[in-house]
Design a protein around this ligand. Sequence first.
Ligand code: G
Ligand code: G
Ligand code: MN
Ligand code: NA
Length: 254
Amino acid sequence: LKLESGIRRAIEAEEFLLHYQPQFDGPSRRLVGVEALLRWQHPELGMVGPDRFIPVAEDTGLIAVLGEWVLRKACEQQVRWRHARQENLQVAINISPLQLRRPDFIDKVKHIIAETGANPQFIELEITESALTQPTMELVARLNELVDTGVTLALDDFGTGYSSLAILRKLPIDRLKLDRSFVQDLPGDAEDAAIASAALSIARDLSMEVVAEGVETEAQFAYLLERGCHIMQGYLFSKPMSVEAFDESFPPGR
Ligand code: G
Ligand code: G
Ligand code: MN
Ligand code: NA
C-alpha cells in the first residue's frame, strides 16, 4: 500500500476530512465542545483511519503539512459554528509531537488563527502525554508560547505516560484527557477505578479539568461524575461524525 506517496496528492484532491465527536458537560449533559478526528476518504481503500496514515505522515515529514491542514479546517469550522449557533463550541485538535517540535509551529498557529478569525480561547490543542513525560526546558517554553497565543492545552491519553506530579505542575495544561483504556472497565475493575480516581484527584490539586474519553455506559458516566469529572466524551453520547451529521444530531439552541 502506497499510503506515503498518496498523502500529498490526497490533500490536494481534498480526500481528507474531519469528523467531530461531541463532548458534554458532566452534570448538565450540555454540549460544550468537539474533538476533531481526521479521516481519509481514499478512492480505492475507502475510509482510512488515522492510526494507519498518521504514522506514515510522521515518518515522511508530511505530518507538518497535514497537521496544518487539520488546524486550518478545524479553525474554519469553529468560526462557522459560532455564526450558525450564536455561541462558541470548544474545538479540540490533535497535535503530533513532531508538529510541536518544529520551530515554525507557533507561527503557523498564530497565522491560522488570524487568517480564519477563530477564537483561540475556544481552540484546544491535544498533546499526547507520552510527548511530555520528560519535557526539555525548550519544550516547556514552547508550550508557554502556545498558551500566549490564547489557545488552551490538553494532555491526551492521560494515564498511559506515567507523568509525575512534579512535571505536570510545570506544564501550562488546562485539561487531562483520561485515556479510554482506564474508562473501559469502570466501575468494576479496581485498578482502573484507582487510576481514574487518582487522575481526578491530581487534576483537582492542580486546578485542571478532566475529560473522560470512551464513556460508553451510564455506569461509567455515573462513576466519573460522582468523582468530579468535568467533561465526558464517548459512544454513550455519540460517535465521531461528519459536520452534516453533527448539525443534524445536535442542532443549535438545545
Ligand atoms: O478517531 P480514531 O479513533 O480513529 O483516532 C485514532 C487516533 O488517531 C487517536 O489517537 C487520535 O488522537 C489520532 N488522531 C485523530 N485525528 C488526528 C489528527 O488530526 N492529528 C493527529 N496527530 N492525530 C490524530
Ligand atoms: O487518542 P485519542 O483520544 O485522540 O482518540 C480518540 C479516538 O477514540 C477516536 O478515534 C474515537 O473514534 C475513539 N472513541 C471515541 N469514543 C469512544 C468510545 O466510547 N469507545 C471506543 N471504543 N472508542 C471511542
Ligand atoms: Mn485526542
Ligand atoms: Na486518547
